[in-house]
Design a protein around this ligand. Structure first.
Ligand code: HGY
Ligand code: MN
Ligand code: MN
Length: 411
């Protein structure tokens, strides 16, 4: 395989935005399909057996000497939110291929098969829900629920995926029990801790619990000059007050791990001399503890009812997802700690504040994640960066982990 750094640079060119304002690679777009084809090309170059499921999850398997045994899985995603970076997800997908390449070069032969899984749509950009591919293959999202998903243009998942060439039955996506013996995801930290503490590797013990709340607001609109203030039902002001409530609820939470963001806030008709008649919001609220996450979510929903009530603005809320945190497998964590020690890499066991496909893989299989540092803790921005040296260390740890796990009949 060509060196991973060149491969990541080439992958970044499959983007719907100019490279000076980041990488944008949205599910089932031509850029996404070109990136998928590139992954398949590199997988075939390594002699891996590839298959693609009905929603686009892509599997590249290095067959082991005992192919009937549950495989060792690794992987991540290659979709990228608008104007983001080159490394979120991609390091885990191409790192999986690079790890296999390393093991093949040293003449290693796995007993258990090793499989790189490229998940479809880890990002929520197109259909509003994160981890679409891993939710369906883990059984967390039923095919029936998946079929109800539509994108901002009103196109439903089924029509879009079939138009992109993914025509199988969604019912066939669910992975059988014991499909994987273990699953390991290599990913950038997307936070500042490893860099601040000058550590090479993070090993994930827990993945935070995410939730997404959709809010629609309907006021009365009207002429910006002729409707006096007491007569207004301004959906834009209601949205603004709700956005501040989102921030206030997170800041005042008993848990320092409660975080909340109004990532989408649109008003209609968006004309300077027209009172906003409608507003649309998507709110991301998380915590590492489900109790404090749910407490914050409940108070947010109460606040939305209170604010819209006093402003005479109609509202509707839809909880798009409200997931439990994932507890990673302690045996796997320990195995990777030992590998880091043997490689003389500094490491720490830590929590992931970002969610990942491993959040759902952990519901079905023993799972953990390997983190590498993010420069200044930046992610989901064009200046997201991890150095070649940091990426190489992550790939090295992943390769040794895959080697260890695929040689053993138990963890
Ligand atoms: O939002 C997240 O935590 C992930 O990066 N999609
Ligand atoms: Mn991301
Ligand atoms: Mn990611």
């Amino acid at each position: 395989m060509e060196n991973i750094h060149n491969a990541l640079e080439k992958l970044a060119t499959f983007s719907s935005c100019p490279s000076d304002i980041g990488v944008t690679r949205i599910l089932y777009t031509k850029e996404d399909l070109a990136a998928r084809a590139y992954f398949l090309e590199l997988s075939r170059d390594l002699g891996l057996e590839v298959k693609v499921d009905a929603i686009g999850n892509t599997f590249a398997r290095w067959k082991g000497q005992q192919p009937d045994l549950a495989a060792i899985g690794t992987g991540s995603h290659i979709d990228a939110i608008p104007h983001s970076g080159k490394y979120d997800g991609t390091v885990g997908v191409f790192g999986g291929l690079a790890a296999i390449d390393q093991l093949q070069q040293e003449g290693f032969q796995p007993k258990r098969s090793i499989e790189v899984l490229m998940f479809t749509a880890e990002e929520p950009t197109r259909f509003g829900i994160g981890c679409l591919g891993s939710r369906v293959l883990s059984g967390q999202l039923s095919p029936a629920s998946a079929r109800t998903l539509s994108d901002p243009q009103g196109q439903y998942l089924n029509e879009v995926r079939k138009a992109a060439g993914f025509t199988g039955a969604l019912d066939s996506v669910l992975l059988p029990d014991n499909y994987y013996h273990a699953f390991i995801e290599l990913h950038i930290e997307q936070g500042p801790i490893l860099e601040k503490e000058e550590l090479d590797i993070g090993i994930v013990s827990k993945i935070a619990a995410p939730s997404t709340l959709k809010v629609k607001l309907k006021g009365e609109g009207g002429h910006a000059g002729c409707v006096l203030m007491p007569d207004r039902k301004d959906a834009g002001c209601a949205a603004a007050e709700i956005a501040l409530a989102v921030e206030q609820i997170a800041r005042s939470s008993a848990s320092p791990d409660t975080v909340a963001t109004t990532g989408i806030l649109e008003i209609q008709p968006a004309a300077v001399n027209s009172i906003p008649k409608a507003a649309y919001m998507e709110i991301d609220l998380r915590d590492t503890q489900i109790e404090t996450r749910d407490k914050a979510l409940t108070s947010l929903q109460d606040q939305i009812r209170y604010i819209t009530g006093k402003r005479n603005v109609e509202h509707s809320m839809e909880l798009l997802n409200c997931d439990p945190p994932a507890i990673c497998d302690s045996n796997l964590v320990e195995t990777i700690q030992n590998i880091c020690e043997n490689l003389n890499y500094s490491s720490k066991v830590m929590i992931s504040r970002a969610y990942h496909d491993s959040l759902f893989m952990a519901q079905r299989f023993p799972t953990t994640m390997i983190f590498i540092p993010s420069k200044d803790g930046i992610s989901h921005r064009p200046d997201e960066y991890s150095s070649p040296r940091q990426i190489d260390k992550g790939v090295r740890v992943l390769a040794q982990t895959l080697k260890t796990l695929s040689s053993s009949f138990n963890l």
